[in-house]
Design a protein around this ligand. Structure first.
Ligand SMILES: [Zn+2]
Length: 185
């Protein structure tokens, strides 16, 4: 399984340009949802819609793995800077929200700050080396971790979402969604 995850990640990394923490997180989130919904979204257009509350490298992983894209209205990015993914299955009227575990949020923020410094060419040599090392460790950890160790996983019935035709209808407030949530492994 771990070998499959790594080879899948390496495959999408070819298009993304590199293997990184964000790509790995987005990939694991996508695999988890495909497994829970028991679907092959790449063959059924519009069955799956995703709202992401972060626009980092993980967006690329979700797009390539699930086939959701902003061009066909099935991928929406709310730039809240949080590693949260809400996947909606239009066919069965269910949604899954994945929130990166609190234990990983610190690493998530740290590596993003380092990456920004590198892009802006303000990172020192030591910071660049640290980034490389940290990225490798995190990717390895994300690849072998259990789903439940990566994400808080919540399931919803889409009673709040009558029709998913418009972006606005996707932007359910987190608090109102929470009231219907049932925690599940
Ligand atoms: Zn990346």
């Amino acid at each position: 399984m771990t070998a499959d995850i790594m080879s899948g990640l390496e495959k999408i990394a070819q298009e993304h340009g590199h293997i990184c923490f964000g790509l790995a997180v987005g990939y694991r989130a996508s695999l988890l949802v495909i497994d829970k919904f028991e679907i092959d979204p790449l063959t059924k257009e519009d069955e799956l819609v995703v709202v992401m509350q972060e626009n980092s490298c993980c967006e690329d992983a979700v797009r390539m793995t699930t086939g959701c894209s902003w061009q066909n209205g099935t991928l929406v990015v709310q730039q809240c800077g949080r590693a949260v993914f809400i996947f909606y299955n239009n066919t069965v009227g269910k949604a899954i929200r994945l929130t990166l575990k609190d234990e990983l949020v610190g690493s998530w923020q740290e590596i993003h700050e380092l990456k920004n410094k590198i892009f802006k060419k303000t990172a020192s040599k030591k910071e660049k080396e640290y980034f490389k090392e940290m990225n490798q460790c995190l990717v390895k950890m994300i690849t072998i971790a259990q789903n439940e160790d990566l994400f808080d996983i919540e399931h919803f019935n889409m009673t709040l979402l009558v029709k998913l035709s418009y972006y606005d209808s996707l932007c359910i407030p987190v608090n109102s969604a929470n009231s219907n949530a049932s925690q599940s492994a």
